[in-house]
Each structure stands twice: as structure tokens, then as C-alpha cells.
Design a protein around this ligand. Structure first.
Ligand SMILES: NC(=O)c1ccc[n+]([C@@H]2O[C@H](COP(=O)([O-])OP(=O)(O)OC[C@H]3O[C@@H](n4cnc5c(N)ncnc54)[C@H](O)[C@@H]3O)[C@@H](O)[C@H]2O)c1
Length: 221
């Protein structure tokens, strides 16, 4: 199951996982190219159990979860409202927690999860809600890996730098310019460059990798 499946990184992840032989359920506000497409607003508190029922009915038990849905509007602290904070936390933190809960409790063992955090989860963001939400995902990843590793559950994260997707277009122009000057690769990343790392972490190739955060950022410090 891939959330944010209609977005830049999510759609590339759907393609990557399908190429690796997975049957993929895509979850987003918009339709995706996944094997089953589920239109869900992840801000709603009560959608998670029904969503898993629906996916299981169409594709069987969920053994892999990628939490890639994300909300970012480049809102600085003075403009931050409690509504914006609640929306960001609902999509970027609460939904991943509830989906991990559903998937782990239904499957028992044999589950692999990848959370899409961000470089700002470590270094902070000019948008404090977004930065805090991505820091929370790193803590979630490490906490679940440690709590459920013995049950055959692996939980890892990727931390992209600046990737050329709809979300990157929300970054203010002069901030993007500054990022470009500091990225050793000299360019933004592409969705498929994040998706290939997600595909690896989700797969058995990464069977001894648990609780780690892999930077995918072109060398950004
Ligand atoms: N693009 C970047 O530079 C970058 C950098 C670091 C981390 N990330 C993270 O990567 C992930 C994917 O982002 P992207 O770059 O592909 O951006 P994107 O905007 O293209 O994709 C995000 C997707 O999340 C979906 N989404 C948002 N709110 C939702 C809701 N309430 N319910 C269901 N779906 C919802 C959107 O519809 C969209 O398809 C996000 O978690 C983002 O925070 C992106």
C-alpha cells in the first residue's frame, strides 16, 4: 500500500514496486496508476480500518506499506494557524501512525514499512509544522522498528532533499535558489531516485535493515 500514490514520489514508487512484482494499492485524494486506487482523505480520523478492509478485499493481506502522502504549504511561524498545524499533523504524522497500527496488527509479522520523512526532519524547516511532522516520522520509524523488530516487522525511512515534484513547487523561489547552490549534485532529485531506495528498503534485499533513515539528497549536508 502506497499513500500519496498520485504525487511525484508516490507515483514513482507505485511504478517501482509494480516493476518489482508487487500488487500495489494506491491511496490519495486523486486517482493513481496502482493496481487498486483508493480515494481517501487521510485527514479523516475514521478511515483507516475501512481502507484496510477495502484493500484486503481487492488485493489480499497488506505486507508492505509506504507512507508517502504529505502536506507542505511553506507556512512560516507568524502565519501558522492551528487549522494548518492540525492538517499537517493529521496527514504527515497521525495517518502514518494509524496505518502502521492497522497493517502491523492485521499482519502480525512479515511486514515491511517505509516512511517518507525529509532532510528537514533532522535540520528543521522554515515551516515549523512541516519540519516538526517530519521529525516525528523519524521517531516513529525508530520506535516501531525497536518495538516490533522481534515480530518480523521492519520499519525504515527515506529522507529526501529537494525533489522535483508538485511539493517542491511550493518552496519559495529564493529559498529554492539557495538550496540549489548548496546541493553538491547541482540539481534537484527526481521521484524515481527516491522510489528506487524505497523499493530496496521495502524488499527482502534489505532483510537486515531496520530502524534506519536513508538520506536521498544529492549530498546536501
Ligand atoms: N518533493 C520534495 O522536495 C520532498 C522532500 C522531502 C520529503 N518529501 C516528502 O515526500 C512525500 C511525497 O511528496 P511529493 O514530493 O511526491 O509531493 P506531492 O505533492 O507530489 O505528493 C504528495 C501527495 O500526498 C497527497 N495528499 C496530501 N494530502 C492528502 C490527504 N489529506 N489525503 C490523501 N492524500 C493526500 C497529495 O494528493 C499528493 O498526491 C511527502 O511526504 C513529502 O513530505 C518531499
Amino acid at each position: 500500500m502506497v499513500t500519496g500514490a498520485a504525487g511525484g514520489i508516490g507515483a514513482a514508487t507505485v511504478a517501482e514496486l509494480r516493476a518489482r512484482g508487487w500488487a500495489v494499492a494506491g491511496v490519495d485524494l486523486a486517482p493513481s496508476t496502482a493496481d487498486s486506487s483508493h480515494i481517501v482523505d487521510l485527514r479523516s480520523p475514521d478511515v483507516f480500518s475501512d481502507l484496510l478492509d477495502d484493500v484486503e478485499a481487492r488485493l489480499g493481506r497488506v505486507t508492505g506499506l509506504v507512507n508517502a502522502a504529505g502536506l507542505y504549504r511553506a507556512v512560516a511561524l507568524p502565519e501558522t494557524t492551528s487549522d494548518y498545524a492540525a492538517d499537517v499533523m493529521a496527514v504527515n504524522v497521525t495517518a502514518p501512525i494509524m496505518l502502521c497500527r492497522e497493517v502491523i496488527s492485521r499482519a502480525g509479522g512479515g511486514v515491511s514499512i517505509v516512511n517518507v520523512t525529509s532532510v528537514v526532519g533532522r535540520i528543521g524547516s522554515h515551516d515549523p509544522c512541516y519540519g516538526a511532522s517530519k521529525g516525528a516520522l523519524i521517531s516513529l520509524t525508530k520506535g516501531l522498528a525497536s518495538s516490533y523488530g522481534k515480530s518480523g516487522v521492519r520499519v525504515n525511512a527515506v529522507a529526501p532533499g529537494v525533489i522535483e515534484t508538485g511539493m517542491a513547487r511550493s518552496i519559495p523561489a529564493e529559498r529554492l535558489e539557495r538550496y540549489l547552490e548548496t546541493i553538491p549534485a547541482g540539481r534537484l532529485g527526481e521521484g524515481r531516485e527516491v522510489a528506487s531506495v524505497i523499493g530496496f528498503l521495502l524488499s527482502e534485499e534489505a532483510s537486515y535493515v531496520n530502524g534506519t533513515v536513508v538520506d536521498v539528497n544529492g549530498g546536501l549536508a
